[in-house]
Design a binder for this molecule. Structure first.
Ligand code: MG
Length: 480
């Protein structure tokens, strides 16, 4: 069986070309992610759940309904009973999958990627994202076209439902805010456009919403919330004298924050500060983060009696470890935070509401809340690299990096290659969703970090170039 994956080629699934990346199926619509593939994933889920009850939701992308129709068709063909939620944030879909007792949840989203991308993320009946084992099973079913199609009289039904209010009630019943916070909300025209402002109003906040209409072209800003894309939010917070600005990615599992001065709050700092607050609230406990997060998490959590567990990059792996270690909190420095008291899906809306609760608990403004986190310098750089060779490049980069940093203290390959150095660390890993190799460096000062980055980037770029030139030579030999 061949999959309709990349560059209009039919590529046999191999080690470096899998259906699932670090965050589900993800690809360029029409080239890598087609309605045919979507229908096959639908049939695989229908087969895997033995014609169970399946919730389907999507973010605001222009291709969302087209892919939803294909997935629903595949599910129905296998006899599954389908409930369509329409435009809904990923964490709401995950929560409702468990709350409504469904067998699976299917989220159609490319998260923070540009509008021409889309993807499929799967959740089990407990609201946990499919891990490697379940993903492999779906992949095998698609690869072998091993679908259990229903007889004509058993074709599944599909119904549209609106149960968002269940999620809203869950949040509003879970905790209260004592202060009337002025919150500027920027959903970026994504799936949180209506529900996030509604929840903050329900919590008694004064809400100003910008970019809060569904639009799959994401005309207002990049769906990835970061310092660049949130300039308008920052200016609005400052101009209005608001307490905080909150922003989400396209599907609402990530949150980013602007403080009361209109300054973007560093992802690592706010992650570490919230992790410390969670440990303090519970008295002790485990915090889970990934290999990319700053060492400031350990520096602030450990003196409070907390323990930090580090995982591979990807919210699925963080969620699994949160559950396994019964952690009090889990999060990645992209703004995807997991609050296990509520559910195991990263939840941007819940994260932003709980951050306000934390500020109340500490009687601090947001800038004060993060002020105690030690500042190290994290630098990130992406090097373009074809999907077909990016994993091989990372494997090869290990030797190259060891040669560039002969005095390294430790090497880890839990995810990519991570070299611990005397005054920082460097991590090289292949992007799970894009044709990129990602470099992350941390140093005790900016000067140190920049020095490490230059050396590491030069070593990795050389490896990429070697692969490209080998590829060209191989092409010449083949043509000859
Ligand atoms: Mg997302």
């Amino acid at each position: 069986m061949q999959l309709h994956l990349a560059n209009n080629h039919q590529l046999t699934l191999g080690i470096d070309m899998r259906l699932f990346g670090s965050s589900g199926v993800r690809g360029l619509v029409g080239a890598e992610l087609t309605p045919i593939l979507a229908a096959e994933v639908g049939m695989a889920v229908g087969t895997f759940t033995k014609a169970g009850q399946v919730l389907v939701a999507r973010d605001t992308r222009t291709s969302g309904l087209m892919l939803e129709n294909a997935i629903v068709s595949g599910l129905q063909a296998c006899g599954a009973k389908v409930f369509c939620l329409g435009v809904t944030p990923t964490p709401v879909l995950a929560y409702l999958t468990r709350a409504l007792g469904a067998d699976a949840g299917v989220m159609i989203t490319a998260s923070h990627n540009p509008p021409e991308y889309n993807g499929i993320k799967l959740f089990d009946g407990t609201g946990m994202a499919y891990g490697d084992e379940y993903q492999d099973e779906i992949e095998r079913l698609v690869m072998h076209e091993n679908f259990r199609l229903a007889e004509w009289q058993n074709i599944g039904e599909a119904t549209s439902i609106n149960e968002e209010s269940l999620y809203i009630k869950m949040v509003l019943k879970s905790f209260r805010l004592d202060r009337k916070w002025h919150v500027v909300v920027d959903p970026g025209c994504g799936a949180t456009s209506q529900i996030a402002p509604a929840i903050f109003k329900g919590l008694g906040c004064k809400v100003t919403a910008i970019n809060a209409n569904h639009d799959g072209f994401f005309p207002a800003r990049n769906p990835e919330p970061n310092a660049d894309s949130l300039q308008c939010l920052a200016e609005t917070v400052k101009a209005l004298g608001a307490d905080i600005g909150v922003a989400y990615d396209g599907d609402g599992d990530r949150a980013a924050f602007i403080d009361e001065n209109g300054a973007f709050v560093d992802f690592d700092k706010v992650l570490a500060a919230y992790a410390a607050y969670a440990v303090k609230s519970f008295g002790r406990g485990v915090v889970v983060t990934n290999v990319e997060a700053s060492m400031c998490v350990e520096r602030i959590v450990e003196p409070l009696g907390g323990r930090v567990v580090r995982t591979r990059v990807g919210d699925v792996y963080v969620a699994e470890s949160v559950k396994k270690f019964e952690a009090v909190f889990g999060g990645e420095p992209c703004g995807a935070w997991i609050h296990p008291r509520y559910h195991y899906c990263p939840d941007g809306i819940l994260s932003s509401a709980l951050l306000l609760k934390a500020l109340e608990g500490e009687s601090k403004k947001l800038s004060e809340f993060v002020a105690d986190v030690p500042v190290f310098q994290v630098l990130r750089r992406n090097i373009r690299c074809r999907n077909e060779v990016k994993h091989a490049v990372v494997r090869k980069a290990a030797d190259s990096l060891k040669a560039s940093f002969p005095n390294y203290r430790d090497i880890s390959t839990v995810d990519g290659v991570r070299l611990a150095l005397e005054d920082g660390w460097v991590l090289v890993r292949a992007s799970g969703t894009e044709p990129l190799v990602r470099l992350t460096v941390e140093g005790e000062s900016l000067k140190v970090a920049e020095k490490i980055m230059e050396k590491a980037a030069s070593a990795v770029t050389k490896v990429v170039e070697d692969f490209e030139s080998e590829g060209r030579c191989f092409g010449c030999r083949r043509r000859g």
